[in-house]
Design a protein. Structure first.
Length: 403
Protein backbone atom coordinates (compact mmCIF):
# COMPACT_ATOMS: atom_id res chain seq x y z
CA UNK A 1 0.00 0.00 0.00
CA UNK A 2 1.25 3.45 -0.87
CA UNK A 3 2.42 5.62 2.14
CA UNK A 4 0.15 8.35 0.85
CA UNK A 5 -2.95 6.16 1.12
CA UNK A 6 -5.59 7.20 3.63
CA UNK A 7 -6.09 3.55 4.68
CA UNK A 8 -3.85 1.61 6.95
CA UNK A 9 -2.86 -1.98 6.24
CA UNK A 10 -5.25 -3.39 8.83
CA UNK A 11 -8.35 -2.14 7.04
CA UNK A 12 -10.40 -4.68 5.06
CA UNK A 13 -10.46 -3.19 1.54
CA UNK A 14 -12.41 -6.11 -0.15
CA UNK A 15 -15.89 -5.12 1.03
CA UNK A 16 -18.67 -4.55 -1.48
CA UNK A 17 -20.68 -1.49 -2.23
CA UNK A 18 -18.03 0.96 -1.24
CA UNK A 19 -17.39 -0.86 2.00
CA UNK A 20 -13.74 0.20 1.69
CA UNK A 21 -14.58 3.90 2.05
CA UNK A 22 -17.23 3.26 4.70
CA UNK A 23 -14.85 1.10 6.71
CA UNK A 24 -12.12 3.67 6.34
CA UNK A 25 -14.38 6.43 7.67
CA UNK A 26 -15.34 4.28 10.64
CA UNK A 27 -11.74 3.22 11.39
CA UNK A 28 -10.22 5.29 14.20
CA UNK A 29 -6.66 4.83 12.98
CA UNK A 30 -7.48 6.11 9.52
CA UNK A 31 -9.39 9.07 10.94
CA UNK A 32 -6.43 9.99 13.17
CA UNK A 33 -4.13 9.92 10.16
CA UNK A 34 -6.39 12.23 8.19
CA UNK A 35 -6.64 14.58 11.19
CA UNK A 36 -2.87 14.70 11.59
CA UNK A 37 -2.43 15.61 7.95
CA UNK A 38 -5.06 18.34 8.38
CA UNK A 39 -3.32 19.76 11.45
CA UNK A 40 -0.02 19.75 9.62
CA UNK A 41 -1.53 21.70 6.74
CA UNK A 42 -3.12 24.21 9.17
CA UNK A 43 0.19 24.60 11.07
CA UNK A 44 2.07 25.25 7.85
CA UNK A 45 -0.41 27.94 6.93
CA UNK A 46 -0.12 29.59 10.37
CA UNK A 47 3.69 29.59 10.17
CA UNK A 48 3.53 31.30 6.81
CA UNK A 49 1.27 34.00 8.24
CA UNK A 50 3.58 34.53 11.22
CA UNK A 51 6.56 34.96 8.90
CA UNK A 52 4.68 37.86 7.34
CA UNK A 53 3.12 39.37 10.50
CA UNK A 54 6.21 39.38 12.77
CA UNK A 55 8.41 41.49 10.42
CA UNK A 56 5.51 43.89 9.94
CA UNK A 57 5.13 44.27 13.71
CA UNK A 58 8.87 44.79 14.12
CA UNK A 59 8.95 47.40 11.39
CA UNK A 60 5.96 49.16 12.96
CA UNK A 61 7.66 49.19 16.39
CA UNK A 62 10.88 50.64 14.92
CA UNK A 63 8.90 53.26 13.01
CA UNK A 64 6.97 54.18 16.16
CA UNK A 65 10.20 54.45 18.17
CA UNK A 66 11.81 56.68 15.55
CA UNK A 67 8.70 58.85 15.47
CA UNK A 68 8.72 59.21 19.25
CA UNK A 69 12.44 60.06 19.29
CA UNK A 70 12.00 62.66 16.56
CA UNK A 71 9.00 64.16 18.33
CA UNK A 72 10.86 64.30 21.64
CA UNK A 73 13.86 65.94 19.98
CA UNK A 74 11.65 68.56 18.35
CA UNK A 75 9.89 69.18 21.67
CA UNK A 76 13.21 69.63 23.44
CA UNK A 77 14.44 72.05 20.81
CA UNK A 78 11.27 74.11 21.11
CA UNK A 79 11.51 74.07 24.91
CA UNK A 80 15.15 75.17 24.79
CA UNK A 81 14.22 77.98 22.42
CA UNK A 82 11.39 79.04 24.71
CA UNK A 83 13.65 78.96 27.77
CA UNK A 84 16.25 81.07 25.97
CA UNK A 85 13.65 83.65 24.94
CA UNK A 86 12.15 83.87 28.42
CA UNK A 87 15.61 84.01 29.99
CA UNK A 88 16.44 87.04 27.86
CA UNK A 89 13.11 88.60 28.75
CA UNK A 90 13.52 87.93 32.48
CA UNK A 91 17.10 89.20 32.58
CA UNK A 92 15.97 92.33 30.77
CA UNK A 93 13.32 92.88 33.45
CA UNK A 94 15.90 92.52 36.22
CA UNK A 95 18.30 94.87 34.45
CA UNK A 96 15.59 97.48 33.88
CA UNK A 97 14.48 97.17 37.50
CA UNK A 98 18.01 97.69 38.76
CA UNK A 99 18.26 100.77 36.54
CA UNK A 100 15.02 102.13 38.04
CA UNK A 101 13.12 102.00 34.77
CA UNK A 102 10.26 99.81 36.02
CA UNK A 103 8.57 99.49 39.44
CA UNK A 104 8.76 96.41 41.65
CA UNK A 105 5.25 95.21 40.85
CA UNK A 106 5.81 95.24 37.11
CA UNK A 107 9.12 93.40 37.41
CA UNK A 108 7.69 90.70 39.70
CA UNK A 109 4.60 90.27 37.52
CA UNK A 110 6.75 89.89 34.42
CA UNK A 111 9.04 87.37 36.08
CA UNK A 112 6.04 85.32 37.20
CA UNK A 113 5.15 84.74 33.55
CA UNK A 114 8.44 82.91 32.94
CA UNK A 115 8.81 79.17 33.34
CA UNK A 116 10.95 77.71 36.12
CA UNK A 117 13.98 76.76 33.99
CA UNK A 118 14.11 80.26 32.53
CA UNK A 119 14.04 81.88 35.97
CA UNK A 120 16.80 79.57 37.19
CA UNK A 121 18.96 80.74 34.28
CA UNK A 122 18.06 84.36 35.05
CA UNK A 123 19.33 83.89 38.61
CA UNK A 124 22.60 82.32 37.44
CA UNK A 125 23.20 84.95 34.77
CA UNK A 126 22.44 87.80 37.16
CA UNK A 127 24.95 86.40 39.70
CA UNK A 128 27.64 86.30 36.99
CA UNK A 129 27.07 89.61 35.25
CA UNK A 130 25.94 91.97 38.02
CA UNK A 131 28.01 93.64 40.71
CA UNK A 132 27.61 92.34 44.23
CA UNK A 133 25.43 95.22 45.38
CA UNK A 134 23.17 94.86 42.36
CA UNK A 135 23.14 91.10 42.78
CA UNK A 136 21.91 91.27 46.36
CA UNK A 137 19.16 93.64 45.24
CA UNK A 138 18.25 91.26 42.41
CA UNK A 139 18.12 88.39 44.92
CA UNK A 140 15.50 90.30 46.88
CA UNK A 141 13.47 90.77 43.69
CA UNK A 142 13.68 87.13 42.62
CA UNK A 143 12.73 85.93 46.10
CA UNK A 144 9.39 87.73 45.72
CA UNK A 145 8.35 85.60 42.74
CA UNK A 146 5.94 82.68 42.95
CA UNK A 147 8.72 80.54 41.48
CA UNK A 148 10.87 81.01 44.59
CA UNK A 149 7.92 80.09 46.83
CA UNK A 150 7.44 76.90 44.83
CA UNK A 151 11.12 76.09 45.19
CA UNK A 152 10.88 76.45 48.97
CA UNK A 153 7.95 74.03 49.00
CA UNK A 154 9.91 71.63 46.79
CA UNK A 155 12.51 71.36 49.56
CA UNK A 156 9.97 69.17 51.39
CA UNK A 157 8.81 67.26 48.32
CA UNK A 158 8.82 63.46 48.17
CA UNK A 159 10.34 63.61 44.68
CA UNK A 160 14.13 63.88 44.75
CA UNK A 161 14.40 65.88 41.53
CA UNK A 162 12.18 68.59 42.99
CA UNK A 163 14.34 68.71 46.09
CA UNK A 164 17.33 69.01 43.77
CA UNK A 165 15.73 72.04 42.07
CA UNK A 166 15.15 73.56 45.50
CA UNK A 167 18.81 73.03 46.46
CA UNK A 168 19.98 74.73 43.26
CA UNK A 169 17.62 77.63 43.84
CA UNK A 170 18.79 78.16 47.44
CA UNK A 171 22.40 78.04 46.29
CA UNK A 172 21.67 81.10 44.15
CA UNK A 173 19.08 82.95 46.24
CA UNK A 174 19.36 81.58 49.78
CA UNK A 175 19.64 83.75 52.89
CA UNK A 176 20.05 83.16 56.61
CA UNK A 177 16.30 82.75 56.98
CA UNK A 178 16.53 79.66 54.74
CA UNK A 179 19.08 77.87 56.94
CA UNK A 180 16.53 75.33 58.19
CA UNK A 181 15.62 74.34 54.63
CA UNK A 182 19.30 74.10 53.70
CA UNK A 183 19.98 71.82 56.68
CA UNK A 184 17.08 69.62 55.64
CA UNK A 185 18.45 69.31 52.10
CA UNK A 186 22.02 68.65 53.27
CA UNK A 187 20.72 65.72 55.32
CA UNK A 188 18.75 64.37 52.35
CA UNK A 189 18.98 60.63 51.67
CA UNK A 190 19.75 61.29 47.99
CA UNK A 191 23.48 61.83 47.39
CA UNK A 192 22.99 64.24 44.47
CA UNK A 193 20.72 66.48 46.54
CA UNK A 194 23.24 66.44 49.41
CA UNK A 195 26.13 67.45 47.15
CA UNK A 196 24.26 70.37 45.59
CA UNK A 197 22.76 71.47 48.92
CA UNK A 198 26.18 71.57 50.57
CA UNK A 199 27.13 74.39 48.21
CA UNK A 200 24.54 76.58 49.93
CA UNK A 201 27.10 77.09 52.70
CA UNK A 202 29.04 79.31 50.31
CA UNK A 203 26.09 81.72 50.30
CA UNK A 204 24.48 81.09 53.69
CA UNK A 205 27.36 80.82 56.18
CA UNK A 206 25.17 80.06 59.18
CA UNK A 207 26.91 78.28 62.09
CA UNK A 208 24.37 75.46 62.18
CA UNK A 209 24.75 74.98 58.44
CA UNK A 210 28.55 74.81 58.68
CA UNK A 211 28.30 72.25 61.46
CA UNK A 212 25.91 70.05 59.49
CA UNK A 213 28.11 70.13 56.38
CA UNK A 214 31.14 69.28 58.54
CA UNK A 215 29.38 66.32 60.12
CA UNK A 216 28.21 65.07 56.74
CA UNK A 217 31.73 65.40 55.35
CA UNK A 218 33.40 63.46 58.16
CA UNK A 219 30.99 60.54 57.68
CA UNK A 220 31.21 60.47 53.86
CA UNK A 221 33.34 58.43 51.50
CA UNK A 222 36.79 59.91 50.66
CA UNK A 223 35.91 61.61 47.35
CA UNK A 224 32.76 63.30 48.66
CA UNK A 225 34.53 64.11 51.93
CA UNK A 226 37.30 65.94 50.09
CA UNK A 227 34.73 67.96 48.13
CA UNK A 228 32.71 68.94 51.21
CA UNK A 229 35.76 69.85 53.29
CA UNK A 230 36.98 71.97 50.38
CA UNK A 231 33.73 73.95 50.62
CA UNK A 232 34.36 74.56 54.33
CA UNK A 233 38.02 75.62 54.23
CA UNK A 234 37.30 79.34 53.77
CA UNK A 235 35.42 79.32 57.10
CA UNK A 236 38.38 78.40 59.31
CA UNK A 237 37.34 80.46 62.33
CA UNK A 238 33.77 79.15 62.28
CA UNK A 239 35.10 75.57 62.16
CA UNK A 240 37.17 75.77 65.34
CA UNK A 241 34.34 75.15 67.79
CA UNK A 242 32.61 72.35 65.85
CA UNK A 243 35.89 70.54 65.19
CA UNK A 244 36.93 70.68 68.84
CA UNK A 245 33.55 69.31 69.91
CA UNK A 246 33.80 66.49 67.36
CA UNK A 247 37.33 65.49 68.39
CA UNK A 248 36.32 65.42 72.04
CA UNK A 249 33.10 63.44 71.59
CA UNK A 250 33.32 61.47 68.34
CA UNK A 251 33.52 57.69 68.75
CA UNK A 252 33.68 56.62 65.11
CA UNK A 253 37.30 55.92 64.25
CA UNK A 254 37.13 56.98 60.59
CA UNK A 255 35.26 60.23 61.32
CA UNK A 256 37.60 61.08 64.20
CA UNK A 257 40.68 60.42 62.07
CA UNK A 258 39.29 62.65 59.30
CA UNK A 259 38.56 65.43 61.82
CA UNK A 260 42.12 65.28 63.18
CA UNK A 261 43.58 65.48 59.66
CA UNK A 262 41.32 68.45 58.89
CA UNK A 263 42.56 70.16 62.04
CA UNK A 264 46.10 69.78 60.73
CA UNK A 265 45.07 71.57 57.53
CA UNK A 266 43.41 74.50 59.31
CA UNK A 267 46.17 74.77 61.97
CA UNK A 268 44.33 76.87 64.52
CA UNK A 269 46.30 77.11 67.81
CA UNK A 270 43.22 76.10 69.83
CA UNK A 271 43.39 72.62 68.31
CA UNK A 272 46.55 71.68 70.22
CA UNK A 273 44.79 70.93 73.52
CA UNK A 274 42.14 68.48 72.21
CA UNK A 275 44.77 66.80 70.03
CA UNK A 276 47.04 66.22 73.01
CA UNK A 277 44.11 64.66 74.88
CA UNK A 278 43.54 62.22 72.00
CA UNK A 279 47.20 61.13 72.04
CA UNK A 280 46.23 58.52 74.65
CA UNK A 281 43.50 56.96 72.52
CA UNK A 282 43.46 53.15 72.56
CA UNK A 283 43.26 52.93 68.75
CA UNK A 284 46.67 53.09 67.03
CA UNK A 285 45.29 54.76 63.91
CA UNK A 286 44.00 57.65 66.04
CA UNK A 287 47.33 57.99 67.84
CA UNK A 288 49.11 58.01 64.47
CA UNK A 289 46.79 60.74 63.17
CA UNK A 290 47.40 62.78 66.32
CA UNK A 291 51.17 62.36 66.00
CA UNK A 292 51.03 63.59 62.39
CA UNK A 293 48.79 66.55 63.28
CA UNK A 294 50.94 67.68 66.23
CA UNK A 295 53.71 68.47 63.78
CA UNK A 296 51.71 71.59 62.84
CA UNK A 297 51.49 72.86 66.44
CA UNK A 298 55.03 73.45 67.77
CA UNK A 299 55.52 73.92 71.51
CA UNK A 300 57.06 72.33 74.61
CA UNK A 301 54.02 70.16 75.37
CA UNK A 302 53.80 69.04 71.78
CA UNK A 303 57.46 68.03 71.70
CA UNK A 304 57.24 66.09 74.97
CA UNK A 305 54.12 64.24 73.77
CA UNK A 306 55.79 63.37 70.47
CA UNK A 307 58.78 62.01 72.37
CA UNK A 308 56.44 59.73 74.28
CA UNK A 309 54.74 58.60 71.05
CA UNK A 310 58.17 57.90 69.54
CA UNK A 311 58.26 54.79 71.77
CA UNK A 312 54.75 53.63 70.91
CA UNK A 313 54.21 49.92 70.31
CA UNK A 314 52.68 50.56 66.88
CA UNK A 315 55.19 51.38 64.13
CA UNK A 316 52.78 53.76 62.39
CA UNK A 317 52.63 55.94 65.50
CA UNK A 318 56.42 55.87 65.85
CA UNK A 319 56.87 56.86 62.21
CA UNK A 320 54.47 59.82 62.44
CA UNK A 321 56.01 60.95 65.74
CA UNK A 322 59.50 60.81 64.25
CA UNK A 323 58.39 62.93 61.29
CA UNK A 324 56.61 65.49 63.46
CA UNK A 325 59.61 65.93 65.77
CA UNK A 326 61.49 67.29 62.79
CA UNK A 327 58.58 69.57 61.84
CA UNK A 328 58.49 71.18 65.30
CA UNK A 329 62.34 71.32 65.35
CA UNK A 330 62.63 69.43 68.64
CA UNK A 331 66.42 69.64 68.96
CA UNK A 332 66.31 68.00 72.39
CA UNK A 333 65.00 64.83 70.73
CA UNK A 334 68.10 64.40 68.55
CA UNK A 335 69.49 61.47 70.52
CA UNK A 336 66.13 59.69 70.55
CA UNK A 337 65.79 60.11 66.81
CA UNK A 338 69.30 58.73 66.34
CA UNK A 339 68.21 55.63 68.24
CA UNK A 340 65.26 55.26 65.87
CA UNK A 341 67.71 54.91 62.99
CA UNK A 342 67.96 51.30 64.21
CA UNK A 343 64.20 50.72 64.42
CA UNK A 344 62.99 47.41 63.05
CA UNK A 345 60.56 49.15 60.67
CA UNK A 346 61.94 51.01 57.64
CA UNK A 347 59.31 53.86 57.64
CA UNK A 348 60.36 54.74 61.20
CA UNK A 349 64.05 54.77 60.26
CA UNK A 350 63.38 56.91 57.17
CA UNK A 351 61.26 59.46 59.07
CA UNK A 352 63.87 59.67 61.82
CA UNK A 353 66.64 60.32 59.30
CA UNK A 354 64.64 63.04 57.53
CA UNK A 355 63.87 64.72 60.86
CA UNK A 356 67.56 64.69 61.82
CA UNK A 357 68.24 66.73 58.68
CA UNK A 358 65.83 69.35 60.02
CA UNK A 359 67.47 69.65 63.43
CA UNK A 360 70.59 71.54 62.37
CA UNK A 361 74.22 70.60 62.92
CA UNK A 362 73.52 68.02 65.64
CA UNK A 363 71.15 66.12 63.42
CA UNK A 364 73.51 66.25 60.44
CA UNK A 365 76.34 64.98 62.63
CA UNK A 366 74.22 61.98 63.57
CA UNK A 367 73.75 61.15 59.88
CA UNK A 368 77.46 61.54 59.17
CA UNK A 369 78.21 59.19 62.02
CA UNK A 370 75.79 56.70 60.50
CA UNK A 371 77.64 56.91 57.20
CA UNK A 372 80.94 56.12 58.94
CA UNK A 373 79.43 53.26 60.94
CA UNK A 374 79.85 49.61 60.17
CA UNK A 375 76.12 49.12 59.57
CA UNK A 376 75.62 49.15 55.80
CA UNK A 377 71.88 49.77 56.07
CA UNK A 378 72.36 52.86 58.26
CA UNK A 379 75.06 54.26 55.96
CA UNK A 380 72.93 53.74 52.84
CA UNK A 381 69.89 55.37 54.44
CA UNK A 382 71.91 58.37 55.66
CA UNK A 383 73.45 58.91 52.21
CA UNK A 384 70.04 58.71 50.54
CA UNK A 385 68.47 61.24 52.91
CA UNK A 386 71.35 63.67 52.62
CA UNK A 387 71.25 63.54 48.81
CA UNK A 388 67.51 64.06 48.89
CA UNK A 389 67.76 67.02 51.27
CA UNK A 390 70.55 68.65 49.26
CA UNK A 391 68.51 68.31 46.08
CA UNK A 392 65.50 69.90 47.80
CA UNK A 393 67.64 72.81 49.05
CA UNK A 394 69.05 73.37 45.55
CA UNK A 395 65.56 73.42 44.03
CA UNK A 396 64.35 75.86 46.70
CA UNK A 397 67.32 78.17 46.11
CA UNK A 398 66.68 78.04 42.37
CA UNK A 399 63.05 79.01 42.86
CA UNK A 400 64.08 81.93 45.09
CA UNK A 401 66.55 83.18 42.46
CA UNK A 402 63.97 82.91 39.67
CA UNK A 403 61.42 84.79 41.80
Amino acid sequence: MSPRSQWHSGCNQSGAGGSQRVHGNRCGTCAARRGARGDLSAGTGMSTKLLVIVPLLQASAVLLLLTMMTTLRIARMKLAERIEQQQEYGFGLVRDWLAGKIPDEVAVAGLDTCIEDALAQVARRTSRECKRVDWEAAVGLLRRTTWFERMKKNARSRLWWRRLDAARCLYELGRLSDADLAVRLIKDHNATVRIVAARIVRRVAAPELIRVVLEQALHSEPVLQSYLLGLLKPYGVELVGPLIDIVRSEESGEALESAIKFMAEIQDPEFAEPLLARAYDARPEIRAAVAAALGHFPGPRTASELVRLLSDEDWRVRAEAAGSLGSVVAVDATDLLRERLHDEEFPVRLRAAVSLCQLGSRGLQCLLDAIRSDRAEDAELARYVLRFQNRARIEKAREMLEA
